[in-house]
Ligand binder design. Structure first.
Ligand SMILES: [Zn+2]
Length: 250
């Protein structure tokens, strides 16, 4: 579906929230949020609808949205689509977990395979694509921070290697924050790895001295994820506001 479309394999995720961590300036390897103002959501507000077939996951979807809204101190908001809305994202069941990157005029979809893509943190990850993030390890400067082990990638899923391609330099920024090993948008380092003798191989290793990648998925917004969202959506210019209210599920 073109360069503004990313898929990733579902991962087992568990609950650990980011906390109290200092922002360190690393090499600028993590350009992964869009620069194009036309692809950002008006008023930092995602307008959405949920396909009735996902009704049993409605509460998890709402929890994921509320988490992003509260983690960004109310910067990012969510609003159910009305019949007159044109630009909105429809959350629907389908194959794999995927989203367009950023807002697309005239409507777009966010696909959540059930089961496999319906955990809170997977939904948050997909919503971050919708807000304009590409994967941390596909940012145009990622080679400064990680080495891709191409020979270890399991090529049996169609286009698996495409998940490790690099995005265009002009389209993404990191606001000089540097590569972010804690980002919700970074694959865990064995994603799409071949299994050899019952063990999954690494597909990525860190190039940053004394900072190996963790072998478990990141499961919440990192400090830099939050800062990037607030900068990209110019939340210093938006009046402080309460996080989106939890919306009732049917
Ligand atoms: Zn993804």
């Amino acid at each position: 579906m073109g360069r503004y479309w990313q898929k990733h394999e579902p991962t087992a995720r568990h609950t650990v929230l980011p906390g109290g961590e200092l922002v360190r300036i690393h090499m600028h390897g993590g350009r992964n949020i869009i620069t194009d103002e036309h692809k950002k959501w008006t008023g930092a507000t995602i307008v959405y609808s949920v396909d009735p077939k996902l009704a049993q996951h409605c509460q998890t979807i709402v929890d994921a949205m509320a988490q992003i809204s509260s983690d960004t101190l109310g910067c990012i908001q969510f609003k159910p689509a009305r019949p007159t809305d044109r630009n909105f994202v429809r959350l629907q069941p389908g194959k794999g977990c995927s989203s367009t990157i950023g807002m697309r005029p005239g409507g777009q979809t966010l696909t959540l395979e059930d089961p496999g893509c319906t955990s809170k943190f997977t939904i948050m990850h997909e919503l971050l694509h919708t807000l304009g993030f590409c994967h941390e390890h596909t940012g145009p400067k990622r080679d400064l921070a990680v080495r891709i082990l191409w020979n270890n990638i399991d090529l049996s899923p169609a286009k698996a290697a495409a998940n490790f391609g690099k995005m265009s330099e002009k389209d993404f920024t990191d606001f000089n924050l540097g590569f972010d090993q804690d980002s919700l948008m970074l694959y865990y380092p064995k994603a799409f790895g071949k299994v050899v003798n019952g063990r999954k191989l690494h597909t990525m290793v860190s190039k940053i001295p004394n900072a190996p990648l963790r072998d478990t998925p990141n499961v919440g917004l990192s400090v830099k994820d939050i800062i990037k969202l607030r900068l990209a959506y110019k939340c210093d210019r938006i009046l402080p506001r309460k996080p989106s209210l939890l919306l009732p599920c049917p």
